[in-house]
Design a binder for this molecule. Structure first.
Ligand code: ARG
Ligand code: ZN
Length: 469
């Protein structure tokens, strides 16, 4: 599923230019299949994503051996051609070697060019028509290798002593499955993972089954709402599973590594109340299931809002749990359209952790803002400006989180609670399972509030240095 301005738009523009050629070739030019782009067009991560099709759903099966880091995969991708395609690409790292590809059941030619880090180029036996829905089957295997992000952190399939911590923001998915790895191409996911008996594999959505045969267990999961590929997990390890329902009836499933059990128990007890609180202020919970995965992944250094079930590298503190749960609305339901729009994810989630703190009788969001405003102007927390971090290495900088959260608290104080929360609820509602940009939010807040907020957002999101109050 694609939304916003997609590579497909650019493709169809060039197709209509071709159509202005001499009369006879005009009709033919329009249907002449051409290769899809190997880039989704995001300047921060130009290798990510591809053009010419819209992925609709993935069925991924991986078999993982923790002791050797060996992974064997079979991915079935259902997609729709957005133009006539002679060939197209998926994103898959060369650490995963492809052994066979079919398109609609027929063997297809494929290559993993050495000069491209994560391109799987596929030439179907028969070209694809515009709007044709097709199914790609890819078999592959390799030794998992995490990706190193521009900020230096590991990403993707990250081995742990008892399994793997799987967190793919911003670019880890192609380390373990073939994908149109653009945050704009949301799709449905059914993930199943085969691991040695006694080991658990946790993915997104509902647990369909866990079947053991010949000393190995296959865990099958399914997510019924479309999400971006960086939000998919398949975290493997020793876990204890706990199921329940929140007070408002949202089913949840929590997986906890036994080494983190005692440190995380008190905070995890608050999970149902957090989900229900956020749905009371932001609108109904966007997914069919909630929960958390608390792992023991020493070298990761972050948590991630994987869809329905955020993944934590160790027992989270209360505000970190609140942050990741709030991402289910801001990040997972309405998702950045470009990586420079990261404030829509991180600023909103961080502000939400302040809001939870206030709601649960801790520090008010106003006090969080005052504390931050006492930080000197030359402190790194003020830059880069969260509305335009400027580079891929800066998307997770403190300013995006802290100055980003401050922006929303300042907006709240300017508009008053009724209007502010109407903006917040309306924003999630207007972009359900979609994508959006920071300028779209600025425009949206202005139109819901009926105020000219241009100068306000210029000061908080775009000005260099410390915003003025
Ligand atoms: N989105 C995550 C959060 O909740 C942070 C992910 C950081 N990832 C990274 N590769 N540095 O804040
Ligand atoms: Zn976050």
């Amino acid at each position: 599923l694609l939304s916003g301005i997609s590579p497909a738009v650019a493709d169809s523009r060039s197709a209509s230019r071709a159509g202005s050629a001499p009369a006879l070739s005009a009709a033919r030019a329009r249907v002449q299949p051409t290769p899809g782009s190997s880039s989704g067009g995001d300047p921060y991560f130009p290798r990510q994503g591809n053009g010419g099709y819209d992925a609709l759903g993935y069925r991924i099966h991986v078999e993982y051996t923790p002791s050797s880091h060996a992974l064997k995969g079979h991915a079935i991708v259902r997609a729709r051609a957005t133009k006539a395609l002679s060939k197209f690409n998926l994103d898959l790292r060369r650490t995963m070697k492809v052994t066979s590809v079919t398109v609609d059941g027929r063997a297809a030619r494929f290559s993993q060019p050495a000069r491209a880090v994560q391109e799987l180029a596929i030439t179907p036996a028969k070209a694809l028509r515009k709007d044709q829905t097709f199914t790609v089957s890819v078999r592959y295997a390799g030794t998992t290798t995490p990706v190193t992000d521009p900020d230096g952190s590991p990403d993707g399939w990250i081995p742990t002593p008892d399994g793997a911590f799987v967190a793919s923001e911003p670019q880890g998915s192609p380390s373990w499955f073939p994908v149109n790895d653009s945050p704009k191409d949301k799709a449905l996911y059914a993930v199943s993972i085969t691991v040695p008996k006694g080991i658990t594999a946790v993915s997104n959505g509902n647990l369909l089954s866990a079947r053991t045969a010949h000393g190995r267990t296959t865990w099958a999961w399914q997510l019924n709402q479309p999400v971006s590929s960086y939000l998919v997990t398949a975290t493997v390890g020793k876990f204890t599973l706990t199921k329940g329902r929140t007070g408002k009836g949202v089913p949840y499933l929590i997986a906890v590594d036994p080494t983190q059990r005692s440190q995380s128990a008190k905070v995890l007890k608050k999970l149902p109340a957090m989900v229900d609180y956020f749905s009371s202020v932001y609108g109904r919970y966007p997914f069919g299931s909630a929960g958390a995965i608390v792992d023991n992944a020493p070298n990761v250094g972050y948590a991630l809002e994987t869809a329905t079930r955020p993944v934590f590298d160790s027992a989270p503190d209360e505000l970190t749990l609140a942050h990741e749960l709030a991402h289910q609305w801001y990040g997972d339901d309405v998702t950045l359209a470009r990586w420079r729009d990261i404030w829509l994810n991180e600023g909103f989630a961080e502000f939400s952790s302040w809001l939870w703190d206030e709601h649960s009788g801790g520090t008010s969001a106003a006090a969080h803002l005052s504390t931050l405003m006492a930080v000197p102007a030359d402190d790194p927390v003020w830059s880069p400006p969260p509305g335009n971090p400027g580079s891929a290495a800066a998307i997770f900088s403190d300013s995006v989180y802290e100055r980003g959260a401050a922006t929303l608290q300042a907006l709240r104080e300017k508009l008053g609670d009724p209007v502010f929360f109407a903006v917040m609820r309306g924003w999630a509602g207007a972009h359900r399972y979609g994508n959006a940009t920071v300028p779209e939010f600025v425009h949206f807040a202005g139109s819901v509030s009926g105020q000219d907020l241009t100068a306000f957002f210029q000061n908080w999101l775009y000005a260099s240095g410390k915003p003025t109050r």
